[in-house]
Design a binder for this molecule. Structure first.
Ligand code: DGJ
Length: 375
């Protein structure tokens, strides 16, 4: 596993901490709740341990640098955890090309993450122009595909603005890359327009169900109906037709699915660009629906920005992770988008509780895996 040098010097790290705090202020944060000590800046050059999940706080990797992997997912493989997300480029805003590719981190405890480098590098010599020229490479999702023993990476891939229709973002592809090891390198396999639409899909997820079926769910462009369909046996292309997901509210974005027994739960958001909005939860008997609306699962207030259920604590869903080794245990995962300075975007991880069959995501200042029963 290659281990790139830390991205920031100590001074740079201090700047990132300050930028992170300022960016949260921009979102109405109560910045006094954040401290540089919280970023681990006291112990300069000393590898540090994160003892708890601290939603909405800077999250240093094992070198003390705030994690840079957004729109992310977590994959368990061989007893280790892998975090994949878009690597945001320092100094770039969301109005510019701001992603260098997909970064991976590795962990044994979900709290402390070692930088495993860019596993898909859009600026690498010889990178395919569809990657190198893409203005947006967003929401990466990775699965392990047992039949081919490959890791498959999917991502939202926009063409250059000049090829993107009237608005420059009229259509979006799903890009696909594969690797033989979880830490890559991932090799680009091409892209597809999903949803049986010539405009493709916007926000999406890939859900690997317990029987091995792989589904692509996404916001169909241009009408923003949520659709879903099976992927081919090799996982690289849609197998055929998509269906409209009956019961999913129009313009639902940021899909994150999980299976609990015989039910499929769908966590998502409304559609408001990079600004936070209210989360949504739906339930169905099958991945392709029909879904029943369970309302907003969010409870409580994020004290760092005073945002509650109507703004999802300032976050937007990206993934729901089934906790390895724990019973009835899922973590709801959100990005805190900071479009003016995306490298400082934050993370919210919270355990999912159940009130009967209804998932609830309650704010906690800090927590650890002991909230879940062991198997
Ligand atoms: C909301 C999406 O969920 C994000 O991933 C991003 O595409 C923004 N919209 C862009 O406005």
């Amino acid at each position: 596993m290659s281990r790139p040098a830390a991205l920031f010097s100590n001074a740079g790290l201090r700047r990132v901490g300050l930028r992170f705090i300022r960016s949260l202020r921009g979102w109405g944060a109560v910045a006094t709740a954040l401290t540089l000590g919280g970023f681990g800046l006291c112990a300069e050059n000393t590898p540090q341990r994160n003892p708890h999940f601290r939603p909405g706080q800077p999250w240093p990797d094992t070198q003390g640098t705030h994690l840079n992997a957004h729109g992310f997912c977590i994959l368990d493989f061989g007893g280790r955890h892998y975090w994949y997300g878009s690597h945001k480029i320092a100094g770039k805003t969301e109005s510019e090309k701001n992603e260098a590719g997909v970064r991976c981190y590795v962990s044994d405890d979900l709290l402390n993450w070692q930088n495993a480098g860019l596993v898909l590098d859009v600026f690498a010599p010889g990178a395919h122009p569809e990657l190198a020229d893409a203005p947006i490479l967003d929401r990466p999702k990775v699965i392990y595909h047992a039949p081919t023993k490959k890791f498959i990476l999917y991502f939202k891939l926009y063409p250059p603005k000049s090829q993107g229709g009237k608005s420059g973002t009229d259509f979006a592809y799903v890009g696909v890359a594969t690797a033989r090891a979880p830490t890559g390198p991932f090799l680009y396999q091409g892209r597809f327009l999903g949803g049986n639409s010539p405009f493709g899909t916007g926000d999406f997820t890939i859900f690997a169900d317990h029987d091995g079926s792989i589904y692509h769910l996404g916001v169909r462009k241009p009408d923003k109906v949520h659709v879903g369909g099976r992927m081919s046996d090799d996982g690289l292309r849609p197998a055929g037709d998509y269906v409209e997901l009956a019961g999913i509210t129009l313009k639902t974005e940021a899909p994150a699915l999980f299976r609990r027994g015989n039910k499929i739960y769908f966590l998502g958001s409304d559609s408001s660009g990079w600004a936070p909005n209210a989360a949504r939860m739906f339930v169905a008997d099958t991945v392709t629906g029909p879904y029943q609306d369970l309302g907003n699962p969010v409870r409580g207030v994020n004290p760092h920005n005073n945002l509650g259920p109507e703004k999802t604590f300032g976050g937007q869903s990206t993934f729901v992770y089934p906790v390895a080794g724990r019973r009835d245990a899922w973590i709801a995962m959100f990005d805190i988008n900071v479009p003016q300075n995306p490298i400082t975007s934050g993370y919210i991880w919270l355990p999912i509780e159940f009130e009967g069959d209804r998932p609830v995501i309650r704010w906690r200042d800090q927590w650890d895996l002991s909230v879940f029963p062991t198997k």
